[in-house]
Design a protein around this ligand. Structure first.
Ligand SMILES: [Zn+2]
Length: 396
């Protein structure tokens, strides 16, 4: 039995300070401060001195395989537009040695010290790299030995129908145990949304996989693809296992279309993932109030798509709050999309911190959630499954 006592903790939503007793990876009890723990307690004790305990941060949309983190600085010279970025990534990837398990490990380490306890990563699958990116990400995760949990999405970054052989490789990835299947702009990139989505959803149904589709297409084209995804999710009973990433069409739809789509997303059980873009933010409050779970993610970190970011989900929550509202309740909503809301979107159960929940936690020197997002203090302690995995900005 493993035990850990976090003394004098301030817990979001909990009246007054408490001592958190963690046993075998779960929060076993919230005790009156000052207790020595239960009789016979022989575990580790950490004094938090009133610091704030938040649920472990969840990155619901990453691209771990693409990162150059920890390597030399590579000047960003991607062409304009989505297709320019796709071509640039495909062409330069071999020369730069991407994917690279060392870079992926280094980025994951930084995510851990920043308090992320779970990540969903899209991983490129195409005829050039085959399943090499899946293998590199798995190798990096293995090196980190449970300090962070992950789920992978087999992602046709270069398109599926326009990139012959990709559909077969996506199926190979699912056979190899990849948890989810991805899609990419069924109309804008693959030019045939019905065929694209029928193939993706067909594979998801056959292998019991989740679905997470990148949908950058905006306007009526994007809104129509929302409808196609909603139809297929409903028909196959995949509610709770489908995510639309980006979903820019929702942000720029007219109010009537937006409200209708949000109602249908809630009804059928589709989540949204956003990376808090500078323009075209999702209507976070309307989605939350309708019961559509939203997860935030860092997207690419220092890769051929973007030189920005460091994997810190508090920073991502800060960007989201900057885009959607500065009141404390708006900032809390943005943080929720990086913690409990993200867990709902990803189907992670018991993402605390309440008694019985998984002990995935991050401790910060802040008085409340809004201050944590605005100040983004160094993470004093990160706990994954009841084990201290980082302390004061360093891996434990
Ligand atoms: Zn993405």
């Amino acid at each position: 039995m493993s035990e850990l006592l976090l003394r004098d903790a301030r817990i979001q939503g909990h009246e007054g300070p408490a001592d958190l007793l963690i046993r075998d990876g779960r929060i076993a009890a919230l005790l009156t401060p000052g207790a020595d723990g239960p009789d016979g307690f022989a575990g580790e004790v950490e004094d938090l001195n009133g610091r704030l305990v938040l649920p472990g941060l969840v990155d619901g949309h990453a691209h771990l395989d693409k990162t150059l983190w920890g390597g030399p600085w590579v000047p960003h010279n991607s062409g304009p537009g989505l297709m320019g970025k796709i071509r640039n990534g495909q062409e330069r990837r071999p020369d730069l040695g991407i994917p690279n398990a060392d870079h992926i490990t280094a980025l994951l380490e930084n995510m851990i010290v920043c308090g992320t306890t779970h990540v969903r990563s899209h991983v490129d699958v195409d005829p050039l790299v085959g399943l090499g990116s899946v293998e590199a990400v798995r190798e990096a995760l293995g090196r980190l030995d449970g300090r962070i949990s992950a789920e992978l999405v087999a992602f046709p970054q270069a398109g599926m129908l326009i990139s012959p052989g990709t559909e077969t490789l996506l199926e190979e990835a699912l056979k190899a145990g990849v948890e989810m299947i991805g899609g990419l702009d069924p109309a804008g990139v693959d030019r045939d949304p019905v065929r694209h989505l029928d193939a993706i959803f067909g594979l998801a149904g056959r292998y019991g996989a989740g679905v997470d589709i990148h949908l950058h297409d905006g306007g009526t084209l994007g809104a129509w693809q929302f409808e196609l995804i909603i139809e297929r999710t409903r028909a196959l009973g995949l509610g709770g296992k489908v995510t639309i990433s980006h979903g820019f069409a929702l942000g720029d739809a007219d109010p009537a279309t937006r409200d209708r789509l949000i109602e249908d997303l809630a009804d059928v059980g589709i989540a949204l993932a956003t990376v808090a873009p500078a323009r075209g933010a999702l209507p976070l409050r309307a989605l939350t109030e309708a019961g559509v779970p939203v997860t935030l993610g860092n997207d690419g970190v220092r890769d051929l798509w973007s030189p920005f970011g460091d994997g810190d989900m508090l920073e991502r929550a800060f960007f989201q709050a900057r885009a959607t509202g500065a009141r404390d309740e708006d900032i809390e909503l943005a943080l929720d999309a990086a913690t409990r809301g993200a867990a709902r979107a990803l189907g992670l159960e018991a993402h605390g911190p309440a008694v019985g929940d998984h002990a995935d936690l991050v401790v910060v020197d802040a008085r409340n959630a809004a201050e944590a997002v605005c100040v983004r203090p160094r993470r004093s302690l990160v706990v994954k499954a009841g084990r201290i995995v980082a302390r004061d900005g360093r891996l434990a």
